[in-house]
Design a protein. Structure first.
Length: 261
């Protein structure tokens, strides 16, 4: 008869669940701090406004757990509000001005540095934040004289994501990818009865950031139903695979010492 072994407990990685003493120890060990930056905005008729918050936070937690114990990491409380003016017309959306966003990030990063940490990664989960973060990372590095990096989880894991999704190459908005991950994380928040309505025109986030002639467009002009992509092929199994792939891609880069190598 073989003895059963208890599963190895997951390390605690959430800043707000750790004591100041534990955080001081992590700072002395040069732990990297993952600061999830998200948005609270409309996500079509079938999933909640907190999607970016939920997904970005979960991926940061999975990333930090993968890095432990050899590469310690801690997940700061999520900045749940970002730049989402283009979604306001649908309702249910919070948004910040660029100057407020800059000030918030500066003060949050200053607090993390004041707690003794030296390395910060702003882990983004909202397409509307990408351009601002690219510029603000330069400003924050200069203002705080610190190593501050940025990453957008679905861009970092683009190759892996493309191999899991069936109807799109990457995450769009309230789409197959985001809906699948919500099915895996919080199925009670997915309104299955509204899934038949959850489809809209394709939207390429990366292409939208290319420096070419364009004007700012409100999201209702892009997709009157608030959805880009097609959520009807989403499944919880697909969502679990996406969450693991995104966390794995980020953990691999950080384990290799990037972006500080």
């Amino acid at each position: 008869m073989t003895e059963s072994t208890a599963p190895t407990p997951r390390p605690e990685v959430a800043w707000s669940r750790l004591s100041a003493e534990a955080l001081n120890d992590l700072a002395r060990r040069d732990a990297v701090v993952l600061l999830p930056v998200a948005s609270t905005e409309q996500h079509g008729p079938h999933i909640p406004t907190g999607v970016d918050d939920f997904l970005g936070t979960a991926i940061c937690h999975r990333t930090a757990e993968r890095l432990a114990p050899d590469h310690p990491a801690v997940v700061a409380p999520t900045l749940w509000c970002g730049l989402a003016e283009h979604h306001v017309a649908f309702g249910g959306t919070f948004t910040l001005s660029l100057s407020t966003y800059h000030a918030l990030l500066r003060d949050l990063c200053r607090s993390i540095l004041g707690a003794g940490f030296r390395r910060i990664v702003l882990v983004n989960s909202h397409g509307g934040n990408i351009a601002a973060l690219s510029a603000l990372a330069v400003e924050l590095t200069r203002e705080l004289d610190a190593a501050i990096a940025t990453v957008t989880y679905f861009v970092e894991a683009a190759d892996a994501v493309a191999g899991i999704l069936e109807d799109q190459a990457n995450v769009m908005h309230a789409c197959e990818g985001e809906t699948a991950m919500m099915m895996a994380l919080a199925p009670d928040l997915v309104d299955a009865a509204r899934l038949p309505e959850a489809h809209g025109p394709a939207f390429d986030v990366a292409a939208s950031l290319l420096p070419t002639l364009r004007r700012v467009r409100a999201w209702e002009d892009v997709s009157p139903g608030g959805v880009a992509g097609d959520a009807r092929r989403a499944t919880a199994n697909k969502g679990e695979a996406l969450l693991d792939a995104c966390a794995g891609a980020l953990a691999d880069r950080l384990r290799a010492g990037e972006p500080w190598a």
